[in-house]
Design a protein around this ligand. Structure first.
Ligand SMILES: [Zn+2]
Length: 303
């Protein structure tokens, strides 16, 4: 089992390295040139990225489904893939969580972390007891295939939410956010200027207390794999123990609506760290958030 998962990381590593030669940590000599990867991607045009293949192999297992992708036009037909995991029934209403990754196209490690997390849930569905998880591991497919932060329209998608954006990816994701009315929203990112993990409380404040209760244990869980960024300033924002209480305008977040606000967390890994460590950090943070949220609800069911 151990060997299998190590092999998988090597393959992931190779895939990422191929997209970004800036990174110093890749050591494999037989990295395919980006053009080869892009050609292969083009051959599978409209299909999922290669790092999603393990998920597609699992789709249709008990609890786990690949939903039809969100389709948009951007000089051709593109698909924003989405997956669903139904945890075993819990005591009360199901808790709906949306998890979003690779909204910056050059941060595929975030999508790989989400893939690894979902694979783990298929093996151990108990981890998601009481949850319905909507997973979007590749929110910016054109940016991913171009290895750019921005989408092909030239925009940073994570500054466009709830601002009447014309970007098709943003409009599709806004529809998902409106439709699902998530109890929790988690965005996964990588930061190539950070030496450690950190997170934003990315909601519109009212959910910040709850989000803070979930983010701290998530950072602690991730520290088993990567250090925490404890700088007083991160990404231009005041930070305390790796927690940022302010974030950019236009980030992916819940719409304004009645009812209790969801928790909203943006979790960041240091992108220059080894990919397998980032993947494990994302995974352990996500597992921690589910466990802590379930426990909080058990003690305060009207949160
Ligand atoms: Zn990012």
């Amino acid at each position: 089992m151990k060997e299998v998962s190590l092999m998988k990381f090597i393959n992931l590593d190779r895939a990422v390295s191929a997209f970004d030669s800036r990174r110093e940590w890749h050591t494999l000599q037989s990295v395919p040139r980006p053009s080869d990867v892009v050609l292969r991607a083009a051959a599978a045009f409209g299909a999922a990225a290669s790092f999603l293949e393990p998920l597609d192999a699992l789709a249709g297992s008990a609890h786990f489904y690949r939903r039809s992708g969100l389709v948009f036009e951007r000089g051709g037909r593109w698909e924003l893939p989405r997956y669903q995991f139904f945890g075993p029934r819990g005591g009360g209403d199901a808790m709906r969580i949306g998890i979003f990754a690779t909204i910056h196209g050059d941060e595929p490690e975030s999508g790989m972390g989400l893939v690894h997390f979902l694979e783990g849930l298929v093996r151990q569905p108990e981890l998601a007891r009481g949850f319905i998880i909507e997973a979007y591991p590749l929110c910016n497919p054109t940016g991913y295939f171009d290895a750019t932060r921005q989408a092909r329209g030239g925009k940073d998608l994570n500054r466009e939410f709830w601002r009447d954006s014309a970007e098709p990816e943003v409009r599709l994701l806004e529809e998902e956010l409106l439709r699902h009315r998530f109890d929790g929203i988690i965005s996964l990112h990588c930061d190539d200027t950070s030496e450690g993990v950190y997170g934003f409380l990315s909601g519109r404040n009212s959910g910040a207390v709850l989000s803070g209760h979930l983010l701290e244990p998530a950072l602690r869980a991730a520290e088993a794999f990567l250090p925490r960024n404890v700088a007083a300033q991160i990404d231009g924002f005041a930070a305390c123990g790796g927690v940022l209480r302010n974030c950019y305008e236009g980030v992916l977040r819940a719409p304004d609506h009645d009812g209790p606000p969801p928790f909203e967390i943006t979790f960041e890994t240091p992108q220059r760290a080894p990919v397998d460590r980032q993947i494990e950090a994302f995974n352990s943070a996500l597992i921690s958030i589910l466990a802590e949220y379930r426990q909080l609800l058990a003690h305060a069911p009207n949160l």
